[in-house]
Design a protein around this ligand. Sequence first.
Ligand SMILES: NC(=O)c1ccc[n+]([C@@H]2O[C@H](COP(=O)([O-])OP(=O)(O)OC[C@H]3O[C@@H](n4cnc5c(N)ncnc54)[C@H](OP(=O)(O)O)[C@@H]3O)[C@@H](O)[C@H]2O)c1
Length: 275
Amino acid sequence: MNKQVVVITGCSSGIGYLTALTFARNGWATYATMRNVQSTGGIKLLEITQKEGIDLNILALDVTNQQSVKAAVSMVLTRCHKIDVLVNNAGFGYKAPIEQLTIENFNEQYETNVFGALRTIQAVLPSMKASKSGKIINISSILGLISVPLFGVYSSSKHALESITEVLSYELDKYNIRLSIVEPGTFETEFGKNVKGRAHKTEENKSVHNSMARLMRLKINRPKNAQIVADKIYGIAINPNPNLHYLVGTDAIILNLLYRLTSHKFRKFIFRLIK
Ligand SMILES: NC(=O)c1ccc[n+]([C@@H]2O[C@H](COP(=O)([O-])OP(=O)(O)OC[C@H]3O[C@@H](n4cnc5c(N)ncnc54)[C@H](OP(=O)(O)O)[C@@H]3O)[C@@H](O)[C@H]2O)c1
């Protein structure tokens, strides 16, 4: 098997869906994994695969379930004998004040965004180490680099993923395994629809919700076409010497810069001002 092999999580919609198509259309043996293979996205991918004759394979994989991760990775290894690239894309976000979230809510967020990625990484590492090659591309967020009200649990999960990715990049260097982390700004996907925690919007925190809504309406934060993120991920996969960090979107680049250039006291002043 000479084709390059990629495994991507969370392909039923959004960035994962577009990334799977991008790899497959570029001739990769693509394993587009998702929790529900009968999802609208799964069915659409199947139709495109049949129409275009691309090597896109849909596999069931729930990143919160160890058995499911192991079974999917074993299946790919049995068929292809290698995995060149793993893209950890599956994720969702809570939008609620930290004070109102339970430990169970935190667990649920971390199970997908942090432990989910760890499970797939641990499943592919033995084969990547044996072949002394491989790339792992984790999808974080601009909120993995900056912290804002209401996105505390989501942001902290992505900060954890940032740290894990950097540490692994040092630990796996001797095996020639490259790690990269992608930090998108706001893109058009199902992410907003899938946000959890709406029930936590109360009279007490209404003003924070309103000020964050005002910030999100700023021109810079308008959602962009998620194909830009898919193309960036593909670019990292074919780059022989990729960087660790990739901010995607002018919003992500500007927000990151502003965050680094301002003090905490100044940022607190701004949040008070827009209330
Ligand atoms: N869109 C943005 O503006 C943005 C910005 C920064 C970062 N991101 C990150 O980009 C990644 C992709 O999100 P998206 O924007 O494309 O949103 P999306 O359209 O909601 O896609 C998220 C994908 O993750 C999957 N998923 C959730 N929990 C899963 C689990 N336990 N096991 C397997 N798959 C699971 C979803 O599957 P189901 O259909 O089964 O729920 C869906 O396929 C996420 O990690 C997100 O944090 C997005």
